[in-house]
Ligand binder design. Structure first.
Ligand SMILES: [Zn+2]
Length: 242
C-alpha cells in the first residue's frame, strides 16, 4: 500500500481536503478507509487522534479513530449507508473543536518545557501525555531539595509569561543531525538522515510531529496541577484554560 501523504504535517491549519479512496477494508468488525492523502492526525507522539467525517454527495463515513501503521493512515469508523469505491474522490473534514483542544494541550506541553529549560533545572525531557484527561510531561531528573510548591508557581508563572509574549509557531523540516542547532533536546529515537520536523516557538525549537497552535496566545492559559517524582523521573502535570 502506498504511504499516505500527511497534509497536517506541513499545514496543521488545513482541516478539510479532497482525497482519493485507495481501499476500503474491515478489521475487527470496523470499516477502514485508506486514502492517498489526509488531514486527519493519527494518534502518536502523545497526542490523541482526530475525529471527523469523510464524505461524498451520496453518503458519509464517520471517522471514530485514526491510526498510523507503516506509513499508512487508517481511518477507522463506520459508513452511514453505502461504502466508498476505490478511486472515488471524497472530502475529509476534521472535527475542529477536538483538534483545537488537542493542539492547545500539545503546545502547552512544549511551553512547560520552555519554562523548565528557562529555570535551568537540568531535567532531560522524556515522554509527554497530551490527552485532555490529565495531561503531563515527564523529565529524567529529580526534585532533590527543590520546594515543590514554589517550583509549581515558578513554572506556571513563566508559562503564562511566554503565552503573553504572543510567540508565533513556525515549522522547519530538517535532518536529525541539524536539530541540535535549534533544539535544546533531541530525543534518541528520531531516525538519523531522515528529514523530520521541528516546531519553533520563537527561538525555542522542539522536534514534534503533532499539531500546534499558530501563536502561543491561543493556548490562553496554563495551570500546573502537580509536580511529583515518578520512578526516576519528575512528572509535571498541567492543564490549559477552558
Ligand atoms: Zn508538539
Amino acid at each position: 500500500m502506498q504511504p499516505t501523504k500527511l497534509l497536517y504535517l506541513e499545514d496543521f491549519n488545513l482541516l478539510a481536503t479532497e482525497a482519493k479512496v485507495l481501499e476500503v477494508t474491515q478489521e475487527n468488525g470496523k470499516d477502514i478507509v485508506l486514502l492517498d492523502q489526509t488531514v486527519f492526525y493519527p494518534q502518536g507522539g502523545g497526542q490523541p487522534y482526530d475525529k471527523g467525517v469523510i464524505e461524498r454527495p451520496s453518503g458519509k463515513f464517520s471517522v471514530e479513530e485514526v491510526r498510523f501503521v507503516e506509513g499508512v493512515v487508517k481511518h477507522i469508523g463506520k459508513f452511514d449507508s453505502v461504502t466508498f469505491q476505490t478511486g472515488e474522490t471524497v472530502k475529509c473534514v476534521v472535527d475542529e473543536t477536538r483538534r483545537a483542544l488537542n493542539s492547545r494541550i500539545n503546545s502547552a506541553g512544549h511551553v512547560v518545557d520552555m519554562a523548565v529549560t528557562a529555570l535551568k533545572l537540568n531535567w532531560v525531557p522524556g515522554k509527554g501525555y497530551h490527552f485532555p484527561e490529565g495531561p503531563y510531561v515527564e523529565y529524567a531528573g529529580s526534585l532533590g531539595e527543590l520546594d515543590k510548591e514554589k517550583l509549581k508557581t515558578d513554572i506556571e508563572n513563566l508559562c503564562n509569561k511566554f503565552i503573553g509574549e504572543n510567540r508565533p509557531t513556525k515549522l522547519i523540516f530538517m535532518p536529525k543531525e541539524k536539530m541540535h542547532e535549534v533544539c535544546h533536546h533531541v530525543p534518541e529515537y528520531l531516525l538519523e538522515g531522515k528529514p523530520a520536523r521541528v516546531v519553533m516557538y520563537g527561538d525555542f525549537g522542539v522536534p514534534c510531529g503533532g499539531t500546534h497552535v499558530n501563536n502561543l496566545a491561543d493556548i490562553r492559559g496554563i495551570t500546573i496541577r502537580k509536580i511529583k517524582p515518578e520512578g526516576s523521573n519528575v512528572r509535571v502535570a498541567y492543564d490549559v484554560s477552558k
